[in-house]
Design a protein around this ligand. Structure first.
Ligand SMILES: Cc1cc2nc3c(=O)[nH]c(=O)nc-3n(C[C@H](O)[C@H](O)[C@H](O)COP(=O)(O)OP(=O)(O)OC[C@H]3O[C@@H](n4cnc5c(N)ncnc54)[C@H](O)[C@@H]3O)c2cc1C
Length: 308
């Protein structure tokens, strides 16, 4: 219930503008968001590099309303890629298609995405295309599949809570795709998505089993298990060991500000770990999705709001 309500609020940007004026919210936002500018994100990424961790960078924003905003978002990703290359960081962009104009026009979004993929390819970097709500799944996968042959550096996302993922994943494995497997962070109807944590976790494990096989890897598939769920991370590591899959054939991904304590443990097991670092002014939707994942975050916010 609370999760559904929070995810409903995540689509109300006006509330975000109000929350932005509350200093405490800004402090809690800082836990999940590196700052408002790229200058604030790069030191975080450099610290991750020093700790032998890979990273991804997200310029926060989604559902832009004008063509100019969509082009500006793509331009920001181009300059991020230039900076990543200049600083020689083990970092890749992770972006949302609605930030590049998918709500406005498929052609505009494709043109923006191609510009970013081109620059990423020239810099020798992957580029992750995040998965948004189910309203965008078909269009996102179709665009990914259309561009995949030209851009081997394009990487896609599958959400374990979606019932359709069991059909989408084998097709993507067949393409030898680079695939992030996450649980899914949006509000979806039971018709489309598993509802309970137990069902979502079980489907995550099933999809992991499809991805982490010598056959899938032989086709060129590269899995990234994006989760802070210790049990699932241990499952990926255990399965790879059992099947003799070397640690450089897959990676674990986590979000900035979440389960910091797990990072060194994962790295010290010899696993690859990538931390996604978001920055930008448009933090509201991202932030509320993080609250929805863990009601304790919201309780912390409320407790501090009522404290005299
Ligand atoms: C790198 C990365 C990329 C992602 N990309 C996408 C995407 O493209 N599309 C999409 O729909 N979703 C994406 N997600 C979000 C994902 O779908 C989940 O919503 C999110 O990861 C929480 O689920 P979990 O797998 O960590 O498992 P959970 O079962 O939710 O959590 C496991 C444990 O992790 C910790 N935890 C999880 N979330 C929080 C939090 N917000 N605050 C504090 N602790 C927390 C808690 O200790 C919890 O017990 C991404 C996640 C990651 C890590």
């Amino acid at each position: 219930m609370l999760r559904a309500f929070l995810l409903y609020l995540s689509n109300k940007p006006r509330l975000g503008r109000t929350l932005d004026r509350v200093p405490l919210t800004r402090r809690l936002v800082r836990r999940f968001v590196a700052g408002t500018t790229a200058e604030a994100a790069f030191p975080v990424i450099e610290r991750l590099q020093v700790a032998d961790l890979l990273s991804a960078i997200t310029y926060l924003g989604e559902n832009v309303l004008t063509e100019a905003a969509a082009r500006r978002a793509a331009d920001v990703y181009l300059s991020l890629l230039d900076e990543i290359k200049r600083r020689d960081l083990p970092c890749v962009p992770s972006l949302k298609l609605t930030h590049l104009g998918l709500d406005l026009s498929a052609a505009l979004c494709r043109e923006n995405l191609e510009r970013v993929l081109d620059r990423a390819q020239a810099a020798g970097r992957l580029c992750w295309i995040d998965m948004e709500s189910s309203a965008y799944t078909d269009r996102t996968l179709a665009l990914y599949e259309a561009l995949r042959r030209r851009f081997l550096n394009a990487a896609c996302v599958i959400q374990a809570y979606l019932r359709r993922s069991a059909d989408d994943l084998p097709r993507l494995i067949g393409l030898g795709a680079t695939i992030r497997l996450c649980k899914g962070a949006y509000r979806e109807p039971p018709r489309l998505a598993f509802v309970t944590k137990r069902e979502v976790d079980a489907n995550y494990a099933r999809l992991m089993d499809l991805l982490l096989t010598p056959e899938a890897l032989a086709r060129g598939a590269y899995p990234a298990f994006a989760t802070h769920d210790e049990r699932l991370i241990a499952r990926a590591a255990g399965r790879a060991r059992e099947l003799g899959i070397p640690p450089e054939k897959f990676e674990i991904q986590m979000l900035y500000g979440i389960r910091h304590d797990l990072r060194t443990r994962i790295r010290d097991q010899g696993l690859r770990l990538r931390v996604l670092v978001p920055f930008g002014e448009d933090w509201y939707g991202y932030f509320v999705r993080r609250l929805a994942e863990r009601p304790a975050n919201l309780l912390f916010l409320l407790k501090n709001l009522v404290r005299p």
